[in-house]
Design a protein around this ligand. Structure first.
Ligand SMILES: NC(=O)c1ccc[n+]([C@@H]2O[C@H](COP(=O)([O-])OP(=O)(O)OC[C@H]3O[C@@H](n4cnc5c(N)ncnc54)[C@H](O)[C@@H]3O)[C@@H](O)[C@H]2O)c1
Length: 467
């Protein structure tokens, strides 16, 4: 009885969290629950064991406990348990793990195309679910998740950490206050450098059937930001895309970087043996499932795009030009919002602006780490009202853990779910769906040569205003 009640309180909290609503008395206040939150994690890869694993153990062990870990690779599973420093059971059978341990929350960090299996089964088995982005990779799986959440009395949170980066929150604040009036159009360009961009082509992200292409795997972050910033749903997308740099576009290829005969003439050669973590997590466990982490990024089987460009029309009339590049000499992004009363220009890590002195390799390494120094200076954006001089808005910046977004997302979910968030940063199934549907629509547009209506893809109707 106690178990059912405390469980119900947690579920209520998560449902409100996912809907972005205020919770008066927090069931995620664990003293109130009377016991720790019981958590299982499925997918013990790098994101699972670090951000959703060891970081939760290190930071929130007084309020939550891992009661089970699950993965299809037994070697990675054993390493995960050791690395996270937990004593819970490990299992390759998800149903068995959930039935034996009766968790409150399932965290899904498997490869993208398998998220739906665990989201839906977790809901069916009476748990709430927190899934990594992208929520899933195609419209049919997306509809199945929407239906499952409607059917079962449990909720899904999508871990959109980019909303929690202070710089991005500042943009939301300025737009919400209509500082530049009604937004009519947006130019948004995202540049992945030859470290980060290339990394997607070395493993499962390079296959459309597992990562949904970068239109979904990566751009889900960007489309979610757009949807949230504009506070409207996407209505239609038209896109172009090609594979011109990686995959079959190159003249030579090897097996993987470790046994490649092109080491001397390949700019992308990567020595995985220098990384203890990658050796322990991936190379030592290749024998179980054949998952090669340092695959050749020129292999023929790569079937995703490395150059992407689209136009998106929103239900509130805003039009967006968006592009994603995967082999830029630098990593960063630029956005400009045109409004009826002015313009906002924001950007991140454009090297010519000389706001940071780090190399591209250092930037990539920092981006992937957690718990670094708090504030590392200020990041500007330009606010320009019509007929006036521009002003510069300075926002405190952080480097590690996706610009400080990772840790803020954790605080909201595991520490402060009962505080009202004026920026509506918590994301649920509808947010997860709307962000991937733009990318799925973009893929379909490239294949068909026509604009795709978002309403064609699932039974969700785009709304002029999101909430
Ligand atoms: N929000 C972010 O900024 C961010 C950053 C990195 C990764 N991610 C997301 O986290 C997820 C994991 O990414 P990663 O880099 O850790 O990948 P990874 O390859 O390191 O880990 C994936 C794990 O899932 C396991 N797996 C694969 N299929 C499975 C199945 N059917 N059942 C159970 N386990 C299965 C693999 O064995 C592997 O251990 C992805 O969805 C990715 O998009 C998000």
């Amino acid at each position: 009885m106690e178990n059912k009640q405390t469980r119900r309180k947690f579920l209520t909290a998560v449902s409100m969290l996912a809907a972005g609503t205020m919770v008066e008395a927090s069931p995620l206040n664990f003293a109130f629950m009377g016991r720790k939150l019981k958590v299982v994690l499925v997918g013990t890869g790098i994101r699972g064991i670090t951000f959703w694993g060891k970081r939760l153990v290190d930071t929130y062990s007084d309020t939550l406990e891992f009661v089970g870990l699950c993965d299809v690779n037994p070697g990675r599973l054993a390493f995960a348990k050791d690395y996270m420093g937990v004593k819970c059971s490990t299992c390759s059978n998800f149903d068995q793990m959930v039935q034996q341990n009766q968790p409150d929350l399932v965290i899904v960090t498997t490869t993208d195309s398998t998220h739906h299996e665990y989201i839906i089964r977790g809901l069916e088995l009476g748990c709430d679910v927190l899934t990594e982005k992208p929520m899933t990779t195609d419209e049919d799986k997306c509809q199945q998740i929407i239906d499952a959440e409607r059917k079962y009395n449990n909720k899904v949170i999508v871990g959109f950490n980019y909303r929690w980066i202070p710089y991005n929150t500042k943009i939301k604040e300025l737009l919400r206050e209509e500082t530049i009036g009604k937004i009519t159009s947006v130019d948004f360009n995202w540049y992945l450098n030859t470290y980060h961009g290339a990394s997607y082509f070395r493993r499962w992200h390079g296959l459309r059937q597992t990562g949904g292409t970068l239109w979904v795997h990566k751009a889900t972050h960007h489309f979610d930001l757009l949807n949230w910033w504009l506070d409207s749903d996407p209505m239609e997308v038209f896109a172009y895309g090609d594979l011109e740099h990686y995959g079959s576009a190159n003249t030579f290829r090897g097996n993987n970087c470790r046994d490649c005969k092109h080491v001397d003439n390949c700019d992308f050669h990567w020595d995985i043996t220098q990384s203890k973590m990658d050796m322990n997590l991936y190379v030592k466990n290749e024998k179980h499932d054949g998952y090669v982490r340092d695959n050749c990024l020129y292999r023929e089987e790569i079937n995703i795009y490395d150059k992407m460009s689209s136009q998106i029309k929103y239900a509130n009339g805003t039009v967006v030009n968006y592009s994603l590049t995967t082999y830029s000499p630098f990593e960063g992004w630029r956005i400009a919002f045109n409004g009826t009363k002015g313009r906002i220009e924001a950007w991140h890590d454009i090297p010519y602006r000389k706001e940071n002195p780090l190399s591209q390799e250092e930037l990539h390494a920092l981006e992937m780490t957690q718990n670094l120094k708090e504030v590392e200076g200020y990041k500007p954006m330009i606010l320009h009202h019509l007929w006036k001089d521009h002003e510069t808005v300075q926002v405190p910046m952080e480097r590690g853990g996706h610009g400080g977004g990772d840790k803020r997302l954790h605080e909201k979910i595991f520490k402060l779910p009962n505080t009202q968030d004026p920026f509506d940063r918590a994301a649920g199934v509808r947010d997860g769906a709307m962000s991937i549907l733009i990318g799925i629509g973009a893929r379909k547009s490239i294949e068909s040569g026509r604009p795709i209506k978002i309403a064609e893809l699932t039974d969700l109707e785009p709304r002029e205003k999101r909430l």
